[in-house]
Unconditional design. Structure first.
Length: 312
């Protein structure tokens, strides 16, 4: 994949993110922050891409015209599906965008329809359904057991960040939501998906923006399968994105413990401050668990990822 195609794929992903007119200002600001942070040290300025998309200086048709290879077209579509599914079920605007994209890319194939079904299944995973791949499910947990569970989820999500498949990154957010659900339940709260999404947003974790950060980081790093053909023996090259997934998951878990153990009485300001403090602490832990993350990554594949969110 050449630089022109890489830029086009990222443009399609950003167009997908903004196809949902219901996105709030906070989520748009997170997308902008990620675009600016990922632009550093690369020949492609995601911040300028963000401005082009936001100000409508680029069209879907012009981006598609730059996708010369079948692989780049497939990757652009799959990233767009995952971006639209990142914050849950697609709305009418997102479905219309994806339908139009699929037709314009010439990808109305059984393979792409299967990919869409798999992404939709991950986005709609049942919160209460455990899987063998996750830390032990229990209705009550001691603090030590809770801390161990949070660490295991963080290691698992760090490992998912190393896999070269779009759906692997897609599974990180649902697993974070399941972790928060389990923590709330252990403290006597029966949470639904809407409440957990609000909790993550209040802490400062955007769902669409989080997926974009993970996927774009993989794409720029040459890790996504359609670009690089596999792990490339380069697990160590993904330290930055792994630290992001590990740290975000760990910090969310620890903040959730404080929030639900305290009867959900933390203010929005305190919740954000606590998350940022825990995020800094979690980033410091990543090196300690790097070998466990890498070892976990070598035992996972996409079929296992799907089983984590679809069945026990």
């Amino acid at each position: 994949m050449n630089e022109q195609e890489l830029r086009a794929v990222l443009t399609v992903a950003l167009l997908a993110a903004f196809s949902d007119s219901e996105k709030d200002d906070a989520e748009r600001a997170e997308v902008k922050r990620i675009a600016e942070s990922l632009a550093a040290g690369t020949s492609i300025s995601l911040s300028s891409l963000y401005q082009d998309v936001l100000l409508k200086r680029v069209s879907l048709e012009s981006a598609i015209s730059a996708l010369a290879s079948p692989e780049s077209r497939q990757l652009a579509y799959e990233m767009a599906v995952c971006v639209c599914d990142a914050d849950g079920a697609q709305n009418e605007a997102e479905r219309a965008f994806l339908d139009g994209l699929r037709v314009k890319l010439g990808l109305d194939t059984p393979e792409e329809r299967a990919f869409t079904r798999e992404a939709d299944a991950i986005a709609a995973m049942p919160l209460e359904q455990p899987s063998a791949a996750e830390p032990r499910f229990a209705s009550t947990l001691t603090r030590a057991e809770t801390d161990k569970m949070i660490l295991n989820y963080a290691i698992l999500n760090g490992a998912l960040e190393l896999l070269p498949d779009s759906l692997a990154s897609m599974a990180i957010i649902p697993l974070q939501m399941k972790m928060v659900y389990r923590i709330g339940k252990a403290h006597g709260f029966e949470l639904d998906r809407g409440h957990i999404k609000d909790f993550l947003a209040t802490a400062g974790v955007g769902l669409t923006s989080q997926y974009l950060e993970q996927a774009a980081g993989k794409l720029i790093g040459g890790l996504l399968k359609k670009v690089g053909g596999g792990l490339l023996g380069g697990i160590g090259r993904q330290a930055t994105s792994t630290a992001f997934s590990f740290a975000t998951t760990y910090a969310l878990g620890q903040v959730a413990v404080r929030y639900y153990s305290g009867g959900r009485k933390l203010s929005t300001e305190v919740l954000k401050e606590t998350f940022n403090e825990m995020l800094g602490e979690a980033k410091g832990l990543q090196d300690r668990y790097a070998s466990e993350i890498q070892s976990k990554a070598r035992t996972l594949d996409v079929k296992q990822v799907l089983s984590m969110v679809r069945k026990g």
